[in-house]
Design a binder for this molecule. Sequence first.
Ligand code: GMT
Length: 378
Amino acid sequence: MRIGVVCYPTFGGSGVVATEIGMALANKGYEVHFITYNLPVRLDLISSGIHFHQVQIEEYSLFHYQPYELALSSKMVQVAEKYNLELLHVHYAIPHAYAAYMAKQMLREKGIDIRVVTTLHGTDITLVGSHPNYKTAVEFSINHSDVVTTVSKSLRDDTYRLFDINREIEVVYNFIEIDKYAKHPMGGEDCERGSIATEDEFILTHISNYRPVKRAKDVIKIFAKVLEKKPAKLMLVGQGPDMVEVKQLARELGVYDKILFLGNSLEVNKILCYSDVFILPSKSESFGLAALEAMAARTPVISTNTGGLPEVNIHGVTGFLSDVKDVNDMAKNTLKLIETRDILEGYKQNAFERAKTFSIDQVLPQYEAIYKSLVVPA
Ligand code: GMT
């Protein structure tokens, strides 16, 4: 089958999920065409069956905003025509689902019938998509896709609640390639904790895009409270608008020197190998792919109980859930996890076992079944 994949080519979860699906499909013999404005950060172009088509924008001074949707839908039509694509799988509704609808109509005029699968990821529904400025077009594109999926039940319910949806939405959970993360319980050669922390220090980690929805300053507050009771280090991975305030708060609370700022990384699996506890205090989170990645690397999760997080992180088993903003509870729960090395080891094992249930081997066939229901082999 020949599939076009449209996504944001960034470190964000939706781009990562789209890239991993595309690469896994190519491994299974599908012809996969990524249509994006940059090479997706985790894309391994060396795999056979992977193609990349860059969407380019001609800047013109008349435009206050450059018309990306036009360039994207034009590219989708060109690629679909040239490579006989049968299906477009677009990740993140804005503006991908809308551009795909336009591409489908243009292709129809040429006598080409292409199917569109839209996967909703979170902020395209909860934060941005439901804003009155976008809602009409997002609702239209959801209702006019051939199949719509969400990455959690919570996001499906949010979509029905926030939009006037007249069709079925399927839940296909995010997934993990567990072998990329699996490590020996005590760490292996590649996992020399000693380069990061002393033997008695616990290592806490947070990975995000440091947008307000992540509440990254809560991570610093939790860390400061944990440090009152236990020796620890904090690894902060990623970059984003709140980082300046995060650093400022760390200085104010006197914990700056105990933090390693690692920026964006393509080696999240190696970084997580050092971690004892992953902290995700988000205000909203449709799934929490970063939490699943942590669990795959045997790292229990301290998170809020918002959105899809309870579908991933099981309270008292793989970590703990708290109300949004309740940093006292999250600090208390972190201390429960690291009370002793033995206790921590139990949670680590639970986190890993839970992550295995989100293995790509179980999730990819669900997407394949969707594709096959739409495209009848010639
Ligand atoms: O978390 C972000 O802000 C990035 C965003 C994205 O679209 O890349 O993440 C969303 O999609 C991820 C992959 O499906 C989910 O794991 C995240 O929970 C979701 N983020 C939010 O809902 C805030």
